[in-house]
Design a protein around this ligand. Structure first.
Ligand code: GUN
Length: 296
């Protein structure tokens, strides 16, 4: 049976450290703050934003909740981001994605000041990540790196196969794993929807990361015995027996993989809690920079 990598437990230990540092900083007059901007009422986005705000409160951080209607104009959203750029209480800004179709995501992400980019989605920060320089790293990939480290899993010289090339997970994760030093030094293969013979690639993985957004994509026959599997998928499957009318399923056949993987993350309770933890971490990091600037 595969060992379950408990993301909740690892995240909770990290959040306690973050909470303590937050209190210390707040004691010197710098309370870390995050502006959380949500456009529209997409149910999954509302649930993510609620979870993020709860985590901010538990960490002792200031959260500025800003909601705009689905019909909001791009200019209105960018004006709001610019207000947050100028707001001294706000160390980090998060614009929940996806945005309504009539809004250009690229322009909105560009309007966030790179020093307040708690999500790490600004091209400036993604460029620095690619170059191996310190920046704000996107929360899900960074959370995966921290999860592996906390579980005592080294990446140096390991073959990591990532399934999924999104700008929020696959691409930044590949770059983090390629970086020099701790958490990096891996040999990385990135597969995607146009990959020929997906299983041929995934079977080579010492560490397999499923981030394609396709429920149950990775089955037991696609995994090398003893491989470690990280499941990034958060797919909503209709389920009338559940109060919410759906259940969450990852990108892997979790049950089927039990007999072949050495370790595996569950969905929910694996990568998800780490993502929110890294958002707190990035907010704290931005607040520390503010503290240094103001000589606190
Ligand atoms: N939508 C899904 N995941 C994320 C995330 O990590 N950040 C933001 N801003 N939007 C998301």
């Amino acid at each position: 049976m595969a060992e379950i990598l408990d993301g909740r437990k690892i995240a909770s230990a990290m959040r306690e450290d973050i909470r303590r540092e937050t209190e210390r900083l707040a004691g010197r007059g710098v309370r870390p703050g995050l502006a959380v901007i949500l456009v529209g009422e997409d149910p999954a986005s509302v649930s993510y934003v609620t979870a993020k705000e709860k985590a901010l409160e538990e960490a002792g951080m200031f959260s500025l909740d800003r909601r705009l209607p689905e019909s909001a104009a791009e200019e209105e959203l960018i004006r709001l981001v610019e207000e947050c750029n100028a707001d001294p209480r706000v160390d980090g800004i998060l614009v929940q994605l996806p945005l309504p179709k009539h809004i250009n995501e690229e322009r909105v992400l560009l309007s966030i000041h790179p020093s307040k980019d708690a999500d790490g989605f600004h091209p400036f920060n993604l460029g620095k990540l690619m170059l191996g320089q310190d920046s704000f790293y996107p929360c899900t990939p960074y959370g995966i790196i921290k999860l592996l480290a906390a579980a005592g899993v080294g990446t140096r010289g390991r073959h990591v196969v990532i399934v999924g090339r999104s700008p929020t997970v696959g691409k930044p994760l590949a770059n983090l794993l390629l970086g020099k030093g701790e958490g990096g030094d891996a040999t990385v293969t990135v597969c995607h929807s146009a990959t020929d013979g997906l299983a041929r690639h995934t079977r080579q993985a010492d560490i397999l990361i499923a981030a394609a957004g396709k429920a149950g994509l990775i089955t037991a026959d696609m995994v090398k015995p003893g491989a470690l599997v990280i499941d990034v998928g958060v797919n909503r499957i209709p389920d009338a027996s559940k109060k919410k009318g759906f259940r969450l399923r990852g990108d892997t056949d979790f049950e089927g993989l039990q007999s072949v993987a050495s370790k595996i993350t569950p969905v929910p309770g694996g990568v998800g809690p780490m993502t929110i933890t890294m958002l707190l971490y990035n907010t704290l990091k931005a607040a520390k920079a503010r503290g240094r600037q103001s000589g606190q």
